[in-house]
Design a protein around this ligand. Structure first.
Ligand SMILES: [Zn+2]
Length: 162
């Protein structure tokens, strides 16, 4: 059970062999657009992931809604739409964010850390970097690394001029 992974090119070849009347360019366009929708996270109206290959013919829907069968047995799916299935739910992952939009920072596993939850040590209040937005991410990293330590040490600390 489960989909048989196939590349777009191999699927098109197979499909054209079985459906000689189909227009290759048109089919490729519809497959690419369904795949793009899948990657955008567009779901079937029932909430399931869309089945890219079926959606290219009948519009964005999941396998069950298109075929009426509960799961695929020897049906194909574009391979890059299979590998994405089963993402970790909940926290935002760094890969889900375009690099230009990564504003926060992320732990070693790639999950976003909510910087509002990091306590600011009293040492920081007297530091020249305290209100510098360019330093904030480094400061937060230093704080996060030492969040379980009793004493806070910072090598970037510079006392404010009195
Ligand atoms: Zn559905």
């Amino acid at each position: 059970m489960g989909f048989i992974p196939i590349t777009i090119n191999s699927y098109i070849k197979k499909h054209l062999k079985n459906n000689p009347g189909e227009n290759e360019k048109d089919l490729r366009k519809r497959l690419n657009s369904a795949l793009a929708d899948y990657k955008k996270g567009i779901k079937c109206s029932c909430g399931n992931d869309i089945w890219v290959i079926g959606s290219a013919s009948v519009g964005n829907s999941c396998f069950t809604c298109i075929t009426g069968e509960s799961y695929p047995i020897d049906d194909y799916e574009i391979e890059s739409a299979i590998n994405n299935r089963g993402n970790t739910k909940g926290r935002r992952h760094i890969d889900e964010n375009p690099p230009s939009k990564i504003a926060g920072f992320f732990d070693d596993d790639g999950y976003e850390i909510n910087s509002d939850l990091i306590k600011k040590p009293s040492l920081c209040i007297t530091c020249i970097n305290n209100d510098n937005p360019n330093e904030e991410i480094f400061c937060n990293m230093t704080r996060y690394d030492q969040k379980d330590d009793k004493e806070f040490k910072c090598f970037a600390y510079k006392a404010r001029n009195p």
